[in-house]
Design a protein around this ligand. Structure first.
Ligand SMILES: CC(C)(COP(=O)(O)OP(=O)(O)OC[C@H]1O[C@@H](n2cnc3c(N)ncnc32)[C@H](O)[C@@H]1OP(=O)(O)O)[C@@H](O)C(=O)NCCC(=O)NCCS
Length: 155
């Protein structure tokens, strides 16, 4: 809990994620079991905590998210490197590649999507380096976004 709280409030994450959060907000948003709807992962490098990733089945989302996606095989991801000292060393790219392999090891997953802000070129560049393809610009409940995808058939 303290680890995630610290990461979420680190400037490089807060400016791209949810802004500053209280401990109670972190508890409410990150520590409830949502089953297959949303899975949350801490990522470790050499035994040390490095990053956070969440994945979700897009068609199970509500509140205006992914209303045009109906198949169960499309999984969305959101992610950040928590440790500021580990940015820009290729770890985000490696993490996304490893996580995509893990998701595709589930035979029911056939497409992975991510929707960074157009104002987050570092995230877009990292997704593209990891093998994602830019599909186009979209509008989500969070605002303007760039949709990127990786299809099982392309891996
Ligand atoms: C996005 C994030 C996970 C990338 O992780 P990382 O380990 O720093 O990424 P990598 O080192 O693997 O690759 C970053 C690439 O982006 C490029 N990059 C960095 N800033 C950039 C910018 N402003 N414009 C374009 N490319 C940029 C780097 O040059 C690098 O590419 P290169 O190796 O070809 O030079 C990390 O920056 C992060 O956690 N950011 C804060 C949270 C966030 O934005 N999460 C994504 C929300 S969708």
């Amino acid at each position: 809990m303290q680890l995630l709280y610290g990461w979420l409030n680190a400037p490089h994450v807060a400016e791209r994620w949810d802004g500053a959060l209280t401990l109670a907000e972190v508890q409410e948003s990150y520590f409830k079991d949502e089953g297959e709807k949303c899975e949350r992962f801490l990522v470790y490098l050499d035994g040390e905590p490095l990053a956070y990733i969440q994945s979700y089945i897009a068609c199970l989302c509500s509140d205006g998210w992914w209303e045009d996606i109906t198949d169960q095989g499309t999984v969305g991801i959101d992610f950040f490197i928590g440790e500021a000292g580990k940015l820009n060393q290729g770890l985000g790219t490696a993490m996304l590649q490893a996580f995509a392999r893990r998701l595709f090891s589930n035979a029911s997953v056939n497409r992975i999507i991510s929707d960074p802000s157009p104002e987050n070129p570092r995230s877009i560049a990292t997704l593209e380096k990891a093998g994602f393809t830019r599909v186009g610009n979209i509008v989500t409940p969070d605002g303007a976004a760039v949709l990127l995808e990786m299809k099982r058939s392309e891996t």
